[in-house]
Design a protein around this ligand. Structure first.
Ligand code: NAI
Length: 332
């Protein structure tokens, strides 16, 4: 079977090829790598393939799916957990099967959320540059003890649970909101509250819910108004959970005291590419980077050795199961 692997970087090629050999699937699954994203412009490249493998910013809307269907693509193996970039109803109606990697390493993303919290709190990103220039002044670098804080976790699925465990380990009071509360999380001593109560009580709010029509711009002027002054907002889930312009207004007013983002609503135009030699045309993003209390990383929450291996293994096993007609729990 011929698989067109889109949005593939050197590390994707390496891990997918290694795991394909290790799993003994190399004679069954022939991988061809395309650096470009899957889009209306590149969908034509799928001609002659049996399946595609895609990542978070590949576009799988109706027009792209139509080209895939015409080219005989039978399966889409996502190399990620989130699938908000796929028109699932449309894919199903066209008879194209879609698989994801739901559980590759929740700890990777939860630990990155912690990295953002601690860097923003202790201002290590700023301290690093000071010390490099021989400036050992501590003015402006004061942090706070995380252990005394109340942490609000929105979404207590796989990553949310890993995050809750970490913050409980710090000794924080952890309060949660989820459409489907988990008894396991309650048993760890965490209280589920309504969103407004979570907003009102949290010093730090970390987002671990998926992007859906209900969660789009969950963090906006109205929800921010319900929060404590100086709240820390951490988003490692999907960019569109935060209304960036309204977050900027709240940074100006001091309502948001710290903002840590691993994802950004318009990241498709920027992330995963070296843009250092170009003029970035997104003025909202550029403005956000000027705040000393904002820390942005380029969707690297998942990016650890363990996670990459698991992503490659599950992606290949999904494709194998599809073509061998084996029931697969990761089918969406
Ligand atoms: P999951 O499906 O295990 O958990 C999501 C949780 O959110 C579930 O408990 C669900 O009930 C809850 N939820 C659904 N709608 C909600 C709502 N309206 N309000 C509150 N909670 C709601 O997903 P997992 O694996 O924990 O991933 C969470 C998100 O993290 C993904 O959807 C993805 O967007 C993001 N992600 C980011 C990565 C990165 O590299 N930064 C990597 C992997 C995932």
């Amino acid at each position: 079977m011929k698989i067109a692997v889109f949005s593939s970087k050197s590390y994707d090629k390496q891990t997918l090829n290694n795991e394909n050999t290790a799993l003994g699937l190399a004679s069954e699954l022939s991988l061809e790598f395309f650096e470009s994203r899957l889009s209306e412009e590149t969908a034509v490249l799928t001609n002659g393939f049996d399946a595609v493998s895609c990542f978070v910013n590949d576009k799988l809307d109706e027009s792209v799916l139509q080209v895939l269907k015409e080219n005989g693509i039978k399966a889409i193996a996502l190399r990620c957990a989130g699938y908000n970039n796929v028109d699932l109803d449309c894919a199903h109606a066209m008879g194209i099967h879609v698989y994801n990697v739901p559980d590759y390493s929740p700890d990777s993303v939860a630990e990155h959320a912690l990295a953002l919290i601690m860097a923003l709190n202790r201002k290590t990103h700023r301290a690093h540059y000071r010390v490099k220039e021989g400036n050992f002044s501590l003015e402006g670098l004061m942090g706070f003890n995380v252990s005394s804080k109340t942490v609000g976790c929105i979404g207590t699925g796989r990553i949310g649970k890993a995050f809750v465990k970490i913050m409980r380990g710090f000794g924080c009071r952890v309060i949660c909101y989820d459409a489907y509360p988990s008894e396991e999380v309650s048993a760890w001593g965490c209280e589920y509250l309504e969103l407004d109560a979570l907003y009102a009580q949290s010093d730090i709010i970390s987002l671990h819910c998926p992007l859906t029509p209900e969660t789009k711009h969950l963090i906006n002027a109205s929800s921010l108004n319900k929060m404590k002054d100086g709240v820390m907002i951490i988003n490692t889930s999907r960019g569109a959970l935060v209304n960036a312009q309204e977050a900027i207004d709240a940074l100006y007013s001091g309502k948001i005291g710290y903002l840590g983002l691993d994802v950004y609503e318009q990241e498709g135009e920027l992330f995963f590419e070296d843009m250092s030699g170009t003029i970035i045309q997104d003025s909202v993003f550029q403005l956000m980077l000027t705040f000393p209390n904002v820390l942005v990383t380029g969707h690297q929450g998942y990016f650890t050795d363990v996670a990459l291996s698991h992503i490659a293994q599950t992606t290949l096993q999904n494709l194998h199961a599809h073509f061998a007609d084996i029931d697969c729990k990761t089918e969406l």
